[in-house]
Design a protein around this ligand. Sequence first.
Ligand code: HPA
Length: 248
Amino acid sequence: MTKLAIIGGTGLTQMPDLKIIKRDQITTPYGSPSAEYITGELNHTEVVFLARHGNPHSIPPHKINYRANIWGLKELGVEEVIAVAAVGGIAEDMAPAHIAIPDQIIDYTYGRNHTFFEDDNDAVTHIDFTYPYSQKLRSRLITAAAQANIKITPLGTYGCKQGPRLETSAEIRRMERDGCDLVGMTGMPEAALAKELNMDYATIAVVANWAAGKTEGEITMAEIEQHLHKGMANAAEIVKAFIALSSN
Ligand code: HPA
């Protein structure tokens, strides 16, 4: 099987049922990744796990060293990346605890180190980003969700905001006009960096809360944690079903 990695987001700092084989602390030309890379067995298949926000969860979205994280995965020989990410729900079907496999991204972030191709001596390189996620990986994740009996939305546009604050309701209305179905803070530049290094990358987006202004009142961390708990358990089931399918 192609070497697979899982990047766990908020609510998935450790991969349930992973039988740990080894831990790698890697230093990259871009600095240190968020945490050590944990190689383990899931359903008798070797996978690499990385906690995006560190373990324990301590690195906010705008401070994550995305380049180091992705570079380290490449160094470990990873070819496919499943990124698990908590998001806010904008579209009507994106209720808390729901899962989507987005097919598009709009990047609203700024000031992040977002490319490996920035040295003056590098050849000018423009990766194609028409389809930011691997279609092949997405369709296998969609099949895996069906096998696991978990209802998901098989597409959607993920809008990536800078954070760490949540959005204003006017910002969410603007994102809705832009065509965003989901809002998160970590999808970019992660997806583009994976593509720059030729890795297949797809996201399991787990809705933690209705986005700002989509319900009465304010968003609380308690609400986010409660929904994430259920959503992340389902995301882990999809990953397991994905591995079972891939090793057949
Ligand atoms: N906005 C941005 N990122 C998020 C949200 C949100 O409402 N919920 C979880 N991650």
